[in-house]
Design a protein around this ligand. Sequence first.
Ligand SMILES: C[S@@+](CC[C@H](N)C(=O)[O-])C[C@H]1O[C@@H](n2cnc3c(N)ncnc32)[C@H](O)[C@@H]1O
Length: 431
Amino acid sequence: MNHGLFGEIETNVAAPMTLGRRDHLTFRGNVALGRHGWLRLTPAYSLRLVHELLKQSGPNEFVLEPFSGTGTTPLACASLGIRCHAVDINPFLVWLGNLKLTRFAQGFDNAVRSAAVRIAEIARDTGVVGWKPDLHQIEKWWDAPTLNALAALCDGIRSLSGKQADGVSDLLRIAFCRVMIQSANVSFAHQSMSFKKKDGDAGLIDESSVEVGARVTDTFVVAANEVADSLNVGSPTAECNVFLGDSRNLGAALPPGEPRYTAVITSPPYPNRMSYIRELRPYMYWLGFLSDGRAAGELDWKAIGGTWGCATSMLSTWHPNGDGDIPFQHFDQIVGDIGKGHALLGRYVHKYFEDIKGHIIGLRKVLAPSARCHYIVGNSKFYDTMLPVEDIYAALFADAGFVNVSVETIRKRTSKKELYEFIVHAHTPKG
Ligand SMILES: C[S@@+](CC[C@H](N)C(=O)[O-])C[C@H]1O[C@@H](n2cnc3c(N)ncnc32)[C@H](O)[C@@H]1O
């Protein structure tokens, strides 16, 4: 056994029982950390982990994050003065990532605070019945008075105009999202968002619509102040960007240029059928990034590992592209075993790795010689079949010509004893 960044390195052997959940190595550890803590979104991974990996950076480091998500990697880089380009397929996450990376002028926080107070006053006084998104069963998410208060706030933010409106209204959208999700009838007890169970009348407070409106708008002002406070914590000092694009075609997603990235630090989607679009839909509908269920399913289909809505029926007619097999012994057997339990799941796993294979082959073309890659991945289990995700990634890297490929076990993911998170490390050859 070697010693890795986070304790024991286990290369291609069963994960040790001694590794606990280590929540500080998840997004839970990010919540209090300036802009990283703006929104608590499912895709995020641990800032601490990224910082550990960035300790190896030299003066000319140029990091690539091909699955940017909430922008943890580019923001960590930007705060440390390291250049970074990131890519994501989800326009909401691209917007959020770039907002986190914005260098706001001094005093901008005060503009955010005063605009929030103005909007809250108007929303409270006029009681406007504003625009509401066409989110399926919206009444399950918010009761009518809360929904009206949110709609009034949303209208107020949209009505901002003038010189500073862009940055200010974007930051107020973050404050709005915090209130919107805090006041929703959803629980985060599990990995993905779910509706809270109604427990009769127990604990219900008898609040009038006016009181609800006042509570929601007050919470908005508090959230806006928190966002304003966060602007001066770990602010970006390097120019970093998130690009909208598909990491299966990095050449098209990134600005043109020589192969230049010296490190990749990322956490790709896991093959666990979790849909980021499903998880992010309240944010995406309210902010206008989604307008109907069909568009949501189509975006999920474009994302690696997406199977929500119409993406499920698209998967049922999907066939391998014939560009060669997945170079992992027993891969066909594993897919066959999973497919015996549920044919669609077999296809799901096959497509997932075909997509990742395409990504890794394209990745090599944009990396400098001796570049290092660190992929944080989780394994999965379908019925009784274990899917050794980390080992399949390692095989894909080796097959694409990467060297020094190894797998490090970093933490247990759930109470299920077989589910772990790993870092797959790989390098491009010296050149
Ligand atoms: C596990 S999350 C990334 C987590 C991220 N490191 C963070 O801290 O937020 C995976 C991300 O990959 C994105 N994604 C999925 N398919 C993609 C593709 N084909 N190209 C680019 N991004 C993709 C998803 O939108 C999601 O944001």
